[in-house]
Design a protein around this ligand. Sequence first.
Ligand SMILES: [Zn+2]
Length: 220
Amino acid sequence: MILATAATALALASPLAGKTVAIDPGHNGANYLHTAQIDRLVNAGGFMKACDTTGTETDDGYTEAAYNLDVALRLAKILRADGARVVLTRTTNTGWGPCIDERAAIGNRAHADAAISIHADGGPATGRGFHVIYRRSRALALAIRDAFAVGTGEPYADYVGHDGLDLRTDLGGLNLSTVPKVFIETGNMRNSLDARRLESSAYRQREAAALARGLLDFLR
Ligand SMILES: [Zn+2]
């Protein structure tokens, strides 16, 4: 056949049409001002855990909360351009929360086909690299890991996990998710080399493109 059908043309232009992705930018910019609220214990999937934490920051004072949201908004823009419906757990960096249980619930209520929680780590200054944290969603974890490594050139974390992966059962955001979900710790904000990359808007755009690629690989 020479002529592409309308459906084929649509699939090429909108490869994620009909798919829903939940994006969770970890923490929030004003969490540190609301310690009573974010220290409150919530159900984390069979045990209780704090509603949220403040997150980390680079030595220059670039906060993880601001970073996470920036990458999340870049990713959302790419996915929407590809035809996906995107739900975000927060869209500003000026408030506190939502709590980890609500972050999972947002993806569940949206019946997301995939969900990703975006973080950067506060590891030892001597360690660098990224890792994907998963519990049940190993296929999504592998798709995100492979696409992120290729798209950014960032190495696998050398201080945590194995081969860029870390299986964890202590994260409420994963335990409470009824949809495929992973966390990514995109780099170590306490490492000077990683921090320089994470502070670059051009690099954050590369990260978003790589994450979009991984989601596309998983969803189609
Ligand atoms: Zn974090």
